[in-house]
Design a protein around this ligand. Structure first.
Ligand SMILES: [Mg+2]
Length: 416
């Protein structure tokens, strides 16, 4: 393990893309103890210096308009935040959100959000529901409360997290397709990138949770070199297996990616098989990325201390929100690792990762961008589009966007 770290730190064989991930890290790769990481987890995250008065949470409501869901968070003194929960998941999780999560926050001071993230875990024995479903609900509320705090302070989101470090965020385009031929996938990637000017792309390998089976026999082995040949050496390439392989097959596929200078290799093994994932990361020089489904900060601490992955990918919804993802990022920074958050699609996931990138020091070079949303949203400080490979982070209060007031008015509170 130490040998691999030392090798990664000094390797001259590293590709430009892989090196970029390392060069943006706050520290050179170095062993870090679990105890040192715990100290980071115990430290406060938010800068609350601009919030001198209590912001009492009066109500939190889930709203529905057609297939879309919103969250409306109100303070006792009349502030209102409209935010966007995980569109694909919150529908089936509504009872959990309304019965077990929201009550832990109503009536409390929003400035205590970091303490409330622990309280909600204990509330009504919620820890017995520990998992992605619980934390998706908590993330919905956390984002509502962060927006409320920003409205109280009249500050952008980044100011709660130490301030904006960059406004222009470089993005990569990601294909979600499997099962098509390598030639068809390359054509789809070309169309997707189009005139965006994106300098990085990601596509899918293997069969997704498929125990080594490919989505089409031979597709992965053919696609890896073909994408490189088509887009040339200047394009940064990533590929995601979505938990397709065991360790041996994961290593075999990773070596093909290494031979073609790929920037990272995402989720080679089943996501909760930390041991096989680490085996792949130990065997390869290409950075292994992972953690999108991880919701346990204890397991994150272990993965970072043991270098189970090289790039951490907390999801801002699945893991419980911006504060917990920032805790993961700060642990990773102390270990000399970068963070490339996973992007939940639907809602405003593409915008959330742009915000996260704007204030996180050890952020990776490119964020995932899909840019399609079912939520009608406007912004006066950013086009919210990818232009010349960059998306501008909004600079207004909170998330810096306005959800169409007509759309909000037509959305009705969801009752059980
Ligand atoms: Mg993934």
């Amino acid at each position: 393990m130490t040998t691999r770290r030392a090798f990664l730190q000094t390797s001259l064989a590293m590709t430009g893309a892989a090196a970029a991930h390392r060069s943006t890290a706050a520290e050179p790769a170095a062993p870090i103890s679990s105890q040192e990481l715990q100290t980071i987890l115990d430290a406060p995250v938010l800068d609350r210096s601009t919030l001198r008065q209590p912001v009492k949470i009066a109500s939190i409501e889930l709203l529905q308009n057609g297939n879309s869901h919103l969250l409306r968070t109100r303070s006792a003194d009349g502030l209102e935040a409209i935010t966007v929960p995980h569109q694909a998941k919150i529908g089936v999780l509504t009872p959990l959100l309304l019965k077990n999560v929201i009550p832990a926050f109503v009536g409390r001071d929003a400035r205590e959000i970091e303490k409330l993230l622990w309280d909600v875990y204990r509330h009504a024995d919620n820890y017995k529901l520990q998992g992605l479903a619980l934390w998706v609900c908590v993330a919905a509320v956390e984002m509502g409360i962060l927006e409320l705090l920003c409205r109280a302070a009249k500050r952008p989101l980044a100011d709660l997290f130490g301030g904006r470090r960059k406004r222009d965020v470089a993005v990569y385009y990601a294909s979600g397709t499997r099962g098509n031929t390598p030639e068809a996938e390359v054509a789809a990637l070309q169309k997707m990138v189009g005139e965006s000017g994106a300098r990085a792309i990601k596509f899918r390998l293997g069969g997704r949770m498929s125990r080594n089976a490919d989505s089409l026999p031979g597709r992965t082995e053919a696609l890896i070199p073909l994408v490189r040949k088509t887009f040339g050496d200047a394009m940064t390439l990533y590929a995601d297996s979505n938990s397709s392989y065991d360790a041996a097959e994961g290593i075999r596929i990773g070596r093909i990616m290494e031979a073609h200078g790929y920037g990272f290799y995402e989720e080679p093994c089943e996501f909760d098989d930390l041991w096989s994932t680490k085996q792949v990361a130990d065997a390869l020089t290409i950075p292994v990325a992972g953690g999108e489904q991880e919701f346990s900060l204890h397991r994150w601490r272990w993965m970072i201390a043991e270098r189970g992955v090289d790039i951490v990918q907390p999801d801002l919804h699945y893991g419980g929100g911006f504060i917990r993802a920032t805790q993961v990022a700060r642990m990773a920074a102390a270990a000399g690792m970068t963070v490339v958050p996973h992007m939940s699609g639907g809602g405003l996931g593409y915008l959330e990762v742009v915000h996260f990138a704007s204030f996180t020091p050890n952020i990776g070079p490119y964020m995932e961008f899909k840019g399609s949303t079912t939520i009608p949203v406007s912004c006066d400080s950013s086009t919210l589009r990818c232009e010349q490979g960059l998306v501008q982070c909004p600079t207004g209060i909170g998330f810096g966007v306005t959800i169409d007031p007509e759309f909000v008015r037509a959305a009705k509170p969801v009752k059980l």
